[in-house]
Design a protein around this ligand. Structure first.
Ligand SMILES: [Zn+2]
Length: 63
């Protein structure tokens, strides 16, 4: 099993937001909401770019 992890700090922002999601779609939704609310990012394409650059697929070792 793997999951998707996003750490806002990895995008160069002074921000401790971090989240994981089971699917890429779910992760993108969370990142999009966060970026709009906390970083005033309105452009859909720049948020997509943020997701593409910073979303990591990691192993989920929990059962
Ligand atoms: Zn952030």
């Amino acid at each position: 099993m793997s999951k998707f992890r996003f750490r806002c700090r990895n995008t160069g922002k002074e921000c401790d937001y971090e989240m994981t999601a089971k699917t890429r779609e779910e992760a993108e939704e969370h990142v999009r909401a966060h970026a709009q609310r906390f970083h005033d990012m309105r452009s859909s394409s720049s948020i997509t770019d943020l997701v593409n650059r910073s979303l990591e697929e990691v192993e989920d070792y929990r059962d």
